[in-house]
Design a protein around this ligand. Structure first.
Ligand code: SAM
Ligand code: SF4
Length: 329
């Protein structure tokens, strides 16, 4: 049976204050969305109230680019959280602006947050995020501490493991969960935007990481709220958990319950497949009724199982030229 698709990942902005190698590769031709093409707060809220919620969506994740760069992001969070049908609201952020915004976001109704943290070593971190000379690790760490202090729960840390760059830190990152109620999730690197970035070695599969951690401490199965596609484990006795997101080594397209809305209003049924996507912003601005848009989204929902990324297995989907930051990761 196909899963109920009720989860929308909303990109608030395609710009970012970092330039992670795996997301916005240096040299990639990035064309930013012009400001006037970005959905306004009012348009986004109209789409949520009159299109997505009637189509059955009730769980929303705010992402980007870097969502905290969106002007008046706290007010927008407050308005989405206040929709009576919103059952779950979360955000994925690089954490750089979080130290100042954590309390406001929490007060606005955000409760779940994922913060990207690929390294505990400032130099390695800088290398990954593409900021030569400027140390941003400490600022991100302060953001994580602030999120912890104000009470975000679960607080998840996303780690993309890159061979030869940060794979030596897997145990140190896993160890963060022993004394802290934090959830570290290891994400397999996906060949989006620049598939050859890390050469033949490419990516490390979750099973290898799991074995490494298991050999050191042992692992038991666990659960965490909103675990999505992650397989969740725990170091015995640890306060937090470890998640493994294995979209490269284990295709979980059959379980996919999400769609993505880009900052300029394109609704995309699958991360890596543009088939069927709808330009909701242009339609809305040209006066198409939200009732009609609802019908179009419904058609896309019905098509989704056939569109999913699993087509890669039959070789019909190739390399992806759009980066994660452009799609809305
Ligand atoms: N800027 C925010 C952040 O970094 O958390 C939100 C957007 S980012 C595109 C969302 C997530 O996608 C991050 O956790 C990032 O590590 C992950 N990501 C980006 N490019 C990726 C890739 N090629 N493979 C796997 N994960 C990727
Ligand atoms: Fe920016 Fe997030 Fe992409 Fe890094 S992963 S470049 S922080 S959008």
């Amino acid at each position: 049976m196909n899963p109920v698709v009720d989860y929308l990942r909303i990109s608030l902005i395609d710009r970012c204050n970092f330039q992670c190698q795996y997301c916005m590769p240096e040299g990639a031709e990035l064309e930013y969305i012009r400001k006037q093409e970005v959905l306004t707060d009012a348009e986004l809220l109209t789409l949520l109230r009159e299109v997505f919620i009637p189509c059955g969506f009730s769980r929303f994740r705010l992402t980007g680019g870097e969502p905290l760069l969106r002007p008046q992001v706290v007010s927008l969070v407050q308005q989405i959280a206040a929709l009576p049908e919103t059952q779950d609201l979360s955000m994925t952020t690089n954490g750089f602006l979080l130290a100042d915004l954590a309390q406001g976001l929490y007060d606005a109704g955000l409760r779940r947050i994922n913060i990207s943290l690929d390294s505990l070593e400032p130099e390695v971190f800088n290398r990954i995020i593409g900021n030569r000379g400027r140390t941003r690790w400490q600022q991100v760490w302060s953001g994580i501490q602030a999120a912890h202090r104000v009470g975000f729960d679960p607080l998840k840390l996303n780690v993309v493991v890159i061979p030869g760059v940060n794979d030596h830190e897997v145990l140190d990152l896993a160890a963060l969960t022993i004394d802290r109620h934090w959830h570290v999730r290891f994400i397999e690197f996906m060949p989006i935007g620049n598939g050859n970035l890390f050469g033949d070695k490419g990516w490390i599969d979750s099973e290898t990481l799991r074995q490494q951690i298991h050999q050191r401490w042992g692992l038991v199965e666990a659960r965490v709220r909103g675990n999505g596609p992650a397989d969740v484990f725990q170091i015995p006795g640890a306060k937090g958990t470890l998640g493994f997101i294995s979209q490269m080594s284990e295709c979980f397209c059959d379980r996919c319950n999400r769609m993505r809305l880009s900052a300029d209003g394109w609704l995309r049924p699958c991360l890596l497949n543009e088939t069927g996507q709808i330009d909701l912003k242009t339609a809305l601005r040209s006066g198409v009724s939200t009732r009609e848009l609802c019908a179009q989204v419904q058609v896309l929902l019905d098509l989704k199982p056939a569109i999913n990324f699993k087509q890669r297995e039959s070789g019909t989907v190739g390399t992806y030229t759009r980066t994660m930051s452009q799609i809305g990761g």
